[in-house]
Design a protein. Sequence first.
Length: 321
Amino acid sequence: MNPSRDSVHTTPSLTYEQVAAAAENLEHRGADPTLQRVLELLGTGSPNIVQRHLSAWRDTRSVPEPSAPRLPAALIDALERELATHANTGLNEGRRLADEARADATTLAEAGEAIERRNHELVHRLEATERAGQMANERANTLLAERDRLRDELERERQLVHKAQQTLAEQRQQVALLREQLEEAQQARLTAERGARASEEERIKAERAQAVAESQRDGALEQAREKTEQIVQLKQEMQEERARQRQEITEMRAEQKARLDAVERSRQEAQKHAQEALQRATKAEIRAEALQATQSALKSRMDAMQVQQRQHGRQTQTERA
């Protein structure tokens, strides 16, 4: 049994609500709801469908605006402008990358669903090809049985011909015997003129017997000739039928092999596209995680500068006191 065929028929389709609930659960735990984590939490589902629902859920989430640093304008005005510029640039770049990642994920999800539909169609075509191959095998078995039946009939015809030949040989022996009797009767007629009438009657009887024997011989020869012609015609028909059967079996095998090769090429191409789509999705997730790390680093730098500014303010007040 083909595993891919079973997965096409038995894999349940997840809804948007299930994917959204799993993503919110991960977010409440403090974990980033990536595709791999959502799949692990759900325990089932197609990566393409989950990615499409996860992208739709992320589109509904608002990106929090970073709070501006609250520092005295007289001391770090230039630094504040630089940080704001970097923060806005990083935020815009992050939004752009996130939009690209979501668009790529949506495209990959749609492509994955198309590949799954294509695999489903290929499975059905493969099943039809297997059914056609089974029908071809049944047809071949029927032809083989018909060939065996014709072979048996030919053997019976051969036996009949053999019996006819034996009968013809026996009739020929009878004709030879009758000829010998005729010769004896003729010899008796020549040597016994006094029994001319009796000899004449014997001769007539012998001639009649010879005529009957010759008639029987001619009938047997005609029957043998007809049987021989039937056997020759039957052999020719069997040869033509065998050639036609071999041609049909060769054509069906070639057609079945071509269909199987086409199905295998389509399956390999679909598998290759799926792997490329998965690699692109992984790259998009890595870029999004890198962007989040960059934003966290900027926020940490801003917090550290605020702490330094407060410490500097306390030190200034202490010096003034």
